[in-house]
Design a protein around this ligand. Structure first.
Ligand code: TPP
Length: 323
C-alpha cells in the first residue's frame, strides 16, 4: 500500500511509542532481562517506510529494532513475549529484543551487529528476485553503521547487481555516545554517489514525509531500478540503552535533548487527525498493549533442557560438547 493514510500512520507511531514505554516498565520490573535500546523518538521512520511496503516485501533492522518489527505488521503481544523470553514469543523467546524476527510479515530480523543487516537483506532480496519474486526490501541502520565495511560492501553489490533495496539510515546524531560529526567524514547521503545510487535526505520526525520519499523510491525499484539510499534525520528521545537509566552519561546537552524532543513524531502525525479519531486510536492501542502485557507475562519460560533445539533450520541437532 502506497497511498497516504494519516490514521494508519498515526496508529503505527502511537503503537510503537506505547509499546516501548510498556517495555521499559517491564525492564525495570525485571521481566525483560538485559534491557533494551528504546526506539522512542524515531517511530516516524519505521512507520513511514513500512507504510510504503507490501506484506511480502522484506525488511531487516537493528539493535534498536522493535519499531521496524511492529511497523511491518508483527503481533505486538508475541513481540512483547519475545522480549520477555517466553516460549509464546515470536521466536520462542530465543531471539529477544535484538534478534526478533517474523518471516510471515517479511521481517528477517532485528540484528545486534552494527552494519550487518544491510548485507543480509541484500542477499535475501537478490535470492528471491532470482526465483522470480517481484519483491523489494528496506534495511534500517544508524549513523554508526555508515563506515562499517559490511554495509559498504552491501551498497556495492546491491548497486552492481541492481538489487531493489532501500538503505534507510536513521541518523539520530549519535552512535552510543559518539556524535556523528566526530565519526563520519563527508556526508551520509553523499556515500550513495560513490555507488551510483540515488539518495535523499528526509525529516525522520514526519512519518508522512518518510512515507512519500519511500513510496517514490519503491515505485522506481519495482519498475526495475536499483538500490537507493535515504538518510532520515531524527533524534533519540531516551537512552542509547536502558542501562543509562541507572548510569547517567552526560553526552547530550539538556538544551539539545529538549530541542530534539520538541519535534515528536506522535504529535506531528496526531495533529493531522481530528481529536476524536486520535482519541479512538489511543484507546485502541492502550487496550491492545494491556492485553499484550498480560499475554507476555502469562507465557512460560523455555525449558533449559531445550537450549540447543532450533539452532539449524534443517533440524540438525547441535552437539552437547564434552567430547
Ligand atoms: C560491529 C559492531 N560494532 C560495535 C557494536 C557495539 N554497538 C552496539 S550499538 C552501537 C552504536 C550504534 O550506533 P548507530 O548505528 O548510530 O545506531 P543507534 O544506536 O544510534 O540507533 C555500537 C557501537 C556492535 N554491536 N557491532
Amino acid at each position: 500500500m502506497t497511498g497516504s493514510d494519516p490514521l494508519r500512520l498515526y496508529r503505527t507511531v502511537r503503537l510503537i511509542r506505547r509499546f516501548e514505554e510498556r517495555a521499559i516498565e517491564l525492564v525495570h520490573a525485571g521481566q525483560i532481562v538485559g534491557g533494551i535500546h528504546p526506539y522512542l523518538g524515531q517511530e516516524g521512520i519505521a512507520a513511514g517506510v513500512c507504510a510504503a511496503l507490501d506484506r511480502e516485501d522484506l525488511v531487516t533492522g537493528t539493535h534498536r529494532g522493535h519499531g521496524h518489527v511492529l511497523a511491518k505488521g508483527a503481533d505486538p503481544a508475541r513481540m512483547l513475549a519475545e522480549l520477555c523470553g517466553r516460549v509464546t514469543g515470536l521466536n520462542r523467546g530465543r531471539g529477544g529484543s535484538m534478534h526478533a524476527a517474523d518471516f510471515g510479515v517479511g521481517v528477517l530480523g532485528a540484528n545486534a551487529i552494527v552494519g550487518a543487516a544491510g548485507a543480509i537483506l541484500t542477499g535475501a532480496v537478490w535470492e528471491r528476485r532470482r526465483r522470480g519474486a517481484g519483491i523489494v526490501g528496506a534495511t534500517f541502520f544508524g549513523d554508526g553503521a555508515v563506515n562499517e565495511g559490511m554495509l559498504l560492501e552491501a551498497f556495492n553489490l546491491a548497486a552492481l547487481w541492481r538489487v531493489p533495496v532501500l538503505f534507510v539510515c536513521e541518523n539520530n546524531g549519535y552512535a552510543t555516545t559518539m556524535p556523528v560529526d566526530g565519526a563520519v567524514a563527508g556526508t551520509i547521503a553523499g556515500r550513495a554517489a560513490a555507488f551510483g545510487m540515488p539518495a535523499a535526505v528526509v525529516d525522520g520526525q514526519d512519518p508522512e514525509a518518510v512515507r512519500e520519499v519511500t513510496a517514490a523510491a519503491v515505485a522506481r525499484m519495482r519498475a526495475g531500478g536499483g538500490p537507493e539510499l535515504v538518510e532520515a534525520r531524527t533524534y533519540r528521545f531516551d537512552a542509547h540503552h536502558t542501562f543509562e537509566h541507572q548510569v547517567r552519561l552526560d553526552y547530550r546537552p539538556p538544551e539539545e535533548v529538549a530541542e530534539g524532543r520538541s519535534r515528536d513524531p506522535v504529535d506531528i502525525a496526531g495533529a493531522r487527525l481530528d481529536p476524536a479519531a486520535r482519541a479512538g486510536v489511543d484507546a485502541a492501542v492502550e487496550a491492545e498493549l494491556e492485553a499484550a502485557v498480560e499475554y507476555a507475562l502469562a507465557g512460560p519460560h523455555p525449558d533449559p533442557a531445550t537450549a540447543l533445539d532450533h539452532l539449524y533450520a534443517s533440524g540438525l541437532t547441535a552437539r552437547t560438547g564434552g567430547g
